[in-house]
Every structure is written in structure tokens, then in C-alpha cells.
Design a protein around this ligand. Sequence first.
Ligand code: ARG
Length: 567
Amino acid sequence: MSAVLSALATQLSSAVTAAFGAQYGVLDPELRAATRPEFGHYQTNLALRLAQPLGQSPRAVAEQLVAALDLSGLCEPVQIAGPGFINLTLLPSVLAAGVNEPVVFAPRGERVVVDYSQPNVAKQMHVGHLRSTVIGDALCNVLRAVGYEVIRQNHVGDWGTQFGMMVEQVLFEGLVVESLDIEGLQQLYQRGRKHFDAEGNFGDLARARVVLLQSGDEETLAIWRQMVEVSLVEFDRIYAQLGSPLTRADVVGESAYNDRLQAVVDDLTVAGLLTESGGALCAFLPGFAGRDGSPLPVIVRKSDGGFGYSATDLAAVRHRVDDLHANRIVYVVDHRQALHFQQIFALCRAAGWLPATIPAEHVAFGTVLGKDGKPFKTRAGDTIRLASLLDGATARAQALLDERETLEEGARAAVAAAVGIGAIKYADLSSDRINDYVFDLDRMVAMTGNTGPYLQYAHARLSRLLSKAGETPGLVTVLEQPAEQRLALLLSGFGDTVIQVAVTLQPHRLCTYLFEVAAALSTFYETCPVLTSEGEVRASRIALCAATRRVVHDGLGLLGISAPDAM
Ligand code: ARG
């Protein structure tokens, strides 16, 4: 909480204690931003909540509370409104200090491990991976900003029985894997699949190949490694285009846990947590049941003796706790895997691998839909290549910039990339992540509404104003107009908003905040001239513009969106 808010809360609590006794002083004042400018800046409904226990009218309670309240140096004289709301209006000097004081977060001495992006080898990245990458990047930025040490884990899908089949198909065709790209690998997979279904003999070879792969046969591993490499080259290309900081060093794929899966089974067996069921080794945990009431197992070892997705994730949790010394564990994965993660976390807690002091959170997100309201696919029903989406957005932004002609032709390409990619990212981040959203490029790149380009434009306009101002911005000293007060109040809430995102892992809260700042900025422009005003007012408004530019720039930066100085 900001210093001002906590000072207000403390004073309110002392006033309650003084007026009605300490047993009521523990009540949270629940300070809220005022809903209308004429209600001041903050509002509390303490008096309404105290009326019943005190057996008095809310208005009477409010009057006694206000009489006991000392907000000198912080607020204008306090107002009681309606049935007994207490309205607080900060002094201009307090508002100004909230803007002038830089937001600083001390290191927390805590480590958070974030599992995100997680594309699959030999498959094109799709919009689901876009969501995980964009949300994961934003959360890593925010968590680092509030003082965590952040460790990224890209849990790439690079292991499993399909790779035995694909290696066998490579040998069958005599292919050189290095000559393929990711699309070529995807097609190879499809040919392998057909071959597998059509010829029993090939099926046997493929299954034997899985065993060779898992037991570390060199020839098999070499071909598998090439498939991984071709895929990682493509993922790197997409990360570069997206401006994601993910690198090879963050890749800890499913294969990395191969050697630890047996220990998972052994330790769970010793702990008495596994039951044999139809040849498979399963954990049945209390509280996990299907709709018909039948228990839902975690399958730790399959009936064919192989390990699956769950065993790998169990080993991965242990890695995060034991080797990476995580204090907090986060997984950015689509909502359909919610049950999977609930079970994994519960089993790890039951096994003692995940102490109660370490929170594990599944940051779930909804599906990207096409304009028809169905999951976003090509007309032929194939997944849409992420690469072509990003190119499309950049081209659309380029066309808009060409139309506007505000930039030199040579400067447009870089800005178009920033705007196009920023538009896609912002659209993804700006609605509550658990919701589905429609991929609508026209809406995403629009310069009006709650969009990335709208905020980028607000930033560019501020940059231009500040460069025209011809003076280095100083401090905000004069805040007389409601519009500049409102803007200042919002700006002072930046740090609190970032903390809220770090707590809830909901980036849309930061988007909503930035959109409010941009809206308050427009109102400010309409009512408060900047460059044509004079003296201290001019200097103070320039400082307010500089502070706004900083917040929009840093806020977009936390979302992984760059803010060009001109558009
Ligand atoms: N590769 C998986 C997919 O594309 C997501 C992996 C999520 N992370 C994890 N630790 N299970 O659906």
C-alpha cells in the first residue's frame, strides 16, 4: 500500500479506537477510490459498517468518527456524504508528493520460478503458446519489479512416445532432419502417424525405438536432438519477433526429467501413495472425483511401463523446490489443465515435496477464438501459425502508419513492429486472462479504446510535448484543477497496481490502470493547457506530463510492450 493510503488507514483506525473502543479499531477501513470527483479522492464506509454493532445511526457514527479524526497535513476538511460515507480529499501537496516520489521496491530475498511458453517439438507454436508466452513474460517482469528473483522455465514438450515413431519414420525415409524446418517436422509426424496406423510392423519398430530413445541409444538420441534443434531455432525466431526475453538457457524440457522419473515412482511407493490399477501405478487423492463420483487418479506410471506427462511434472516440482530453491511456483498454462495442476500440487504436498510455505499457482487462461466464436483455426481447421499472425499484425500497423504519414518512411518499419506486436500483446493481456477472447486484428490495432496503440500513442504524444517544452521537467508543485488532481492521484497509484498484479498474477489490472491514466490524461489536455500556460503552473504541468510519460512507458514495459517516441 502506498505511504499515503496506509497513513490514512492508520489515522482512521486510531479515530475508531478513540471514539468507540479498541475492539472496533481493528476493522479494515476499506478505503476505496471515490466514484466521482465531487466525493474527493477516497471514501470509506466504516460508519455504515459500525452503525449496527454500535446501535446508532450511520450518520451519528460518522460524525463522532470525524470528530476524533486527525488528518491534518494529509487531507482537506473531511466531508460526510449520503447515509454516512466519509469522503477524503488529499491536500494538493500530498498529491504532488505521491507523483514526485519514485516507486522503489526493495529486493524480497525470494525466488519465484515461472513455467511458461512451453511449445512442443516438431509442432508449430499456436495461439495458446502465444498467450502463455505473453502472460508469462509480463508476470516475470512484474514479479522482478516488486523484488523477486525470477527464474524462467520453458517446459518444452520434447519427450514422449511420438518421438520414437518419428525417429523410426526418419530412418525409414532416409531423411536428413537438419534440412527440415518446423513445418517439415510436423508433416513428418503426420506421415509417421499414418504409417503407424497402417502397418503393424512399423508400430512394433516405433515402440522398440521409444525404448531405445529412453534408454539413451546414441543413434536414436542424435536424430531426436536434431528434431529438438530445428524446433528450438523456430521458437527462438518467434521469441525474437515477440520481443520475449526467453532464451535457450530457460529451456528445461520434459526430457530433462527422464532420469528422475523412477525416483518419483519409488518415493511415492515408499510413501504408500501409489495403487496399482489396471497395470498402471496411480495416486488416488481425497477430493478428486469425476462427475459420477468415481475417483480420479494421477497416473504416475502407465500400464505399458512408460512415464507420462504427470510423472514429468511431479519431477519438475521437485526440481523447482530442491534444486532451484523456489519460494513461489507459478505455471502459466491454459485452463484446460486446471485439474492436472490441482492434482500435481496436491500429490506433491501429500508426498512432502512441496512444503506448505511454498505457494504453487496455476495461472490459467482462456481460449483464443476466431470471429465465429470457435477456437481460432484456419478454414481448413489447422492451427494458425503464430509467425503468420505476428507478420499480419505488423503489416496492418505498417499500413496504418503509411496512411497517417506522420513518420518519415524510413522510421516506419521499426514503429510498425512495435505497434503490431504491442497490439497483439495488449489485446491478450487486457482482459481477465481466464476469459476467452476473439482474435480481431482491426480492434487490436485501433488507436481508440483500450488498446495497445492507444496507450503507445498517448506516450508518443507526451514525448513530443516534452521535447517541445524546451526545459528539463522538475517536480509537480501546483495541482489546482480537478483534472490535474485526478491525473496525479492515479499516477501515485502505479506502485500499488504493480503490487496487485504480483499478488493476483492478473496483468489486466495493469492494463485497466494504464487505460485510466490515458483517459485522465485526455481530460487533463482538454482543461489544462501545458505549453501555453506560464510560470510555476507551466513547470508543474510539464513535470506532471513527464511523470505520466514515465508511468505509461514503465507500465507498457512491464507488459512487454515497447513505447516508441513517435508514431
Ligand atoms: N507443452 C504443453 C502444451 O503445449 C504445456 C506444458 C505446460 N507446463 C507444464 N509444466 N506441464 O500443452
